[in-house]
Design a protein around this ligand. Structure first.
Ligand SMILES: [Zn+2]
Length: 163
C-alpha cells in the first residue's frame, strides 16, 4: 500500500526564478563571465566539468542537460578552431615579426608557431564549450521558444530513472 504522492500540488508550483537578466547587455555580461570561468551558463554554478576537458552531461546544481540536441557542440569545435587559431597564429606572428625572435633560425620560428597552433585549441577547448552554450543562451534565451520552455520546466529536476 503506497501512501499518496507528496508532490500532489506540483502543477501549482510557480515557475523557477529567472536565472538570467532580462536586459540583453546584462545577459551578455553575465554569460561572458560564466563562459570565461567555465561555469554553468544557465545558473552560474561551478563544477560542470569532470577534470579539465570533460563536460558533464547535466549541471550538478540546476540539472540542465547541456547538449540540446545531437551535434549541439559541433559549433563549439568550430569556435575553438577559429578562436584558438586566430589567437595562436596572431601570437606566433607577433613573436616572429614583433620581437627579436625574427633573428632566430627558421626551424625555431616554425617550432614555436606549430607549438602555439597545437597548444591553443587544447587550452581553449573547455572554454569553447561554455562560450558556445553562452552564445546559444544569448541569442535564444530560455522561454523564447517552446523547446526552451520545456527545458525551463525541467530545470532542477534530476533525471527520471524509474520503470
Ligand atoms: Zn546550472
Amino acid at each position: 500500500m503506497a501512501s499518496p504522492a507528496p508532490d500532489a500540488h506540483r502543477d501549482a508550483t510557480p515557475p523557477a526564478p529567472p536565472l538570467l537578466p532580462a536586459r540583453a547587455s546584462d545577459r551578455f555580461r553575465v554569460l561572458a563571465a560564466r563562459a570565461l570561468t567555465r561555469r554553468c551558463p544557465y545558473c552560474g554554478a561551478s563544477g560542470i566539468f569532470d577534470g579539465y576537458f570533460a563536460l558533464k552531461e547535466r549541471c550538478p546544481t540546476c540539472g540542465t542537460s547541456f547538449a540540446r540536441e545531437d551535434g549541439y557542440f559541433l559549433g563549439a569545435y568550430a569556435l575553438n578552431l577559429l578562436v584558438a587559431e586566430v589567437l595562436g597564429l596572431g601570437l606566433a606572428l607577433y613573436l616572429i615579426f614583433g620581437t627579436r625572435l625574427s633573428r632566430a633560425p627558421l626551424l625555431w620560428q616554425e617550432a614555436i608557431a606549430i607549438s602555439l597552433a597545437v597548444a591553443f585549441p587544447i587550452v581553449f577547448f573547455p572554454f569553447s564549450r561554455t562560450t558556445w552554450m553562452a552564445l546559444d543562451l544569448l541569442v535564444d534565451p530560455p522561454a523564447a521558444t517552446p523547446e526552451r520552455r520545456l527545458r525551463g520546466h525541467e530545470m532542477g529536476r534530476p533525471p527520471d530513472r524509474r520503470s
